[in-house]
Design a protein. Structure first.
Length: 291
């Protein structure tokens, strides 16, 4: 059980839940109708599980590549503490990524190709991207953008029609990644102000692209309040703890952004289902690290 607990810590369970919400949003954006029939259920199941496996595998390799750094800065983590071996983590990460790609190809060839791109982007970020001042945040944003695209890939024509929408999570996650660089040693208020501008751009863009803005508004507003409440505190006192809380809030409340996409499609029951993932994610965040 201790090994399973240690490996679970590597996968960041609270974050994995947000990956599922990306798929629900992507499906809704291209006009997918959720329901109990096979053609309404299985695409959401296969792509949802694929996304969660890809996300979990990606963050496992993040800790694998950060093993030596974490031994100094975060020795309590699973790998540097010795609660799980590096070889075991590598095997588990490869298995998760492989299952994620397999499930995506089970849905369609396009989905499988997108899953491979997500895997490559995640591994590059873990290896080199995170250390790149300019491309690093963009690299991380692309991982989330293509995760949304994975949901959209259920309809090829839908991908072509709605492709620009993936810029929204790209900008959002790039902003969070930018903020997260001050999570350990503290950051600069100017960086946080720029991130705040990017968050505003994201919220405005989501309302612009929403099919039914009146349905999306309540979720976007709630997201705005939650993220800026933490960001304001970090701007006033840009220490590691405050920045870490901003990053944690930004990652977990991504569920609200995705619920807004589903609500915008007019499918309120599924929007509430996505929203219900938020307390699940918050509950897991109390037991497992988010960043």
């Amino acid at each position: 059980m201790s090994k399973l607990r240690a490996f679970a810590e590597l996968t960041r369970p609270a974050n994995v839940v947000t990956a599922l919400s990306d798929i629900m949003a992507g499906l809704a954006i291209v006009g997918f109708t959720f329901g109990r029939l096979d053609y309404q259920f299985y695409p959401a199941l296969f792509l949802g599980l694929s996304s969660m496996c890809l996300y979990a595998g990606g963050v496992v390799f993040n800790d694998i590549f950060d093993h030596e750094l974490d031994a100094t800065e975060r020795p309590e983590r699973a790998l540097p503490s010795g609660r799980i071996k590096r070889t075991e983590a590598v095997a588990g990460g490869i298995l998760l990524l492989s299952v994620g790609i397999f499930l995506a190809f089970w849905q369609s060839r396009l989905s499988g190709i997108v899953a491979i791109l997500i895997t490559l982007l995640a591994l590059f970020y873990d290896w080199k991207g995170k250390h790149m001042r300019i491309f690093g945040p963009i690299n991380m944003g692309l991982c989330r953008a293509y995760n949304l695209l994975l949901g959209m890939s259920v309809y090829e024509l839908g991908v072509l029609e709605h492709f620009p929408v993936i810029l929204i999570p790209l900008i959002y996650i790039a902003a969070i990644t930018l903020v997260s660089r001050g999570e350990v040693h503290g950051g600069k208020a100017t960086t946080l102000y720029f991130a705040g501008f990017l968050f505003l751009l994201v919220h405005a863009s989501q309302l612009y692209f929403a099919e039914k803005i009146e349905f999306a508004l309540v979720f976007v507003l709630a997201h705005f309040i939650l993220i800026f409440r933490k960001l304001r505190i970090a701007i006033v006192e840009p220490i590691g703890k405050n920045i870490g809380l901003t990053v944690k809030t930004g990652v977990l409340t991504l569920i609200l952004m995705n619920a807004a996409w589903v609500a915008s499609s007019g499918q309120w029951i599924m929007a509430l289902f996505v929203l219900a993932l938020l307390p699940v994610s918050l509950g897991l965040a109390k037991k497992f690290a988010v960043t």
